[in-house]
Design a protein around this ligand. Structure first.
Ligand code: CP3
Length: 349
């Protein structure tokens, strides 16, 4: 039954009755229900409690006609599981207090089975699957990609230029490869464990990969993303491979793996799909800032994305990056409904 959902069909490039839509970071601060829970709990408390994570995962599903749920978690707990001390600091975002700055720091990192250190998310997945059983809405599990995780591990938090991470890559190639080997094992095992717990699709977030040159991507990153995705594919569920600013490396990203490639708004959807070819589905790519515009402008831009896909099987509508905290909820609701209505009128083949 779940296999017949629009979302999973689109992942497999099968025809659907309407274009499936979900939104990256669809559970979050733009929703009053989420903010109310955040008054009482920190983000890590929400993530570490399977019951609360399940509740947050369901909030956007209850509010909008979304075609997929995504488990409420973050890309950074796997770094905590490897030995980095993680916190989210108000106004600053994520912080890792003991970042990786030397070959010895890489040695220190441990790859434990996800069942041991990340069982809260696996348990949350089991709970959400029970909640979703009646609706037939599929559940997406996710992980950061090895590069984006390495970037946080080395920087110790967010960064503008990723200078420390790239410097480490260039100055300490052996330690870099050792770090990426550990991260690809962690990511592969974590994704596989999520699928075994019940996730019906898996998304790999390589959010900051666009900071790399194509040559550096090929030499220092691609083999590790490929290993992680190959391990995840043992579960036989579709993998979505997402990155931002990937214009210069789109074909490489595709060759690293994934049944669906996620693209941002810096490239036209049809140009991206032409470059990617017939072998993959595509996810994207409305600018998240477009949701701040008056409705007629949002509609025009959403229509542009759908016109670019032109009813070709294998398009999953999404934003080009995560939804922003100040996004008007009413616009989100209208957008989700518009994607369905317009694509039905358009005739999805
Ligand atoms: O999509 C969903 O609804 C699932 C939940 C989800 C979160 N983070 C919850 C979260 C997902 C898929 C993520 C992924 C994530 N986390 C990424 C990749 C996606 C992307 O946007 O590129 C990245 C880079 C992170 C790291 C991260 N987590 C940052 C940089 C921040 C702070 C920035 C911010 O928006 O405040 C977080 C915190 C975070 N993760 C929040 C949520 C809802 C907001 C924290 C809060 O509630 O205060």
């Amino acid at each position: 039954m779940h296999n017949d959902s629009r979302f999973l069909k689109a992942c497999r490039r099968e025809p659907v009755d309407a274009t499936p839509v979900w939104l990256m970071r669809q559970a979050g601060r733009y929703m009053a229900a989420y903010r109310a829970l955040r008054e009482k709990y920190t983000i890590l408390e929400l993530i570490h409690s399977p019951e609360l994570a399940c509740e947050v995962t369901m909030q956007p599903i209850q509010a909008f006609d979304l075609d997929a749920a995504i488990i409420f978690a973050d890309i950074l707990p796997p770094l905590a599981a490897m030995g980095l001390e993680l916190d989210f600091v108000r106004g600053e975002g994520p912080v890792l207090y003991n970042p990786v700055r030397s070959p010895a720091d890489v040695e220190r990192l441990q790859v434990h089975p996800p069942e041991e250190k990340l069982s809260f998310t696996l348990d949350a997945i089991r709970l959400v699957r029970q909640e979703l059983a009646g609706r037939g809405t599929p559940l997406i599990g996710f992980s950061g990609a090895p590069f984006t995780l390495a970037a946080y591990a080395i920087e110790g938090g967010g960064s503008r230029h990723y200078a420390k991470a790239k410097q480490f890559m260039m100055a300490e190639p052996d330690a870099w490869h050792a770090l990426m080997t550990k991260l690809s094992q962690m990511v592969g095992q974590y994704l596989l464990a999520q699928a075994h717990a019940g996730a019906q699709a898996l998304q790999v977030f390589d959010s900051w990969v666009g900071h790399l040159s194509p040559a550096d991507y090929r030499n220092y990153v691609m083999p590790y993303t490929r290993q992680a995705i190959e391990m995840a594919r043992q579960a036989d569920v579709p993998v979505i491979h997402f990155g931002t600013d990937t214009n210069g490396m789109l074909e490489l990203l595709r060759d690293a793996g994934g049944d669906v490639i996620g693209v941002d708004w810096r490239i036209e959807l049809d140009t991206a799909w032409q470059r990617l070819g017939d072998g993959v589905a595509i996810q994207g790519n409305l600018d998240p800032v477009a949701l701040f515009a008056p409705w007629p402008e949002v509609e025009k831009r959403a229509q542009h994305v759908l016109d670019q896909a032109n009813g070709r099987p294998g398009h999953i509508f999404n934003l080009g990056h995560g939804i922003l905290p100040e996004t008007p909820v009413d616009t989100v609701k209208r957008l989700v409904d518009f994607v369905h209505e317009y694509s039905i009128r358009q005739g999805v083949r």
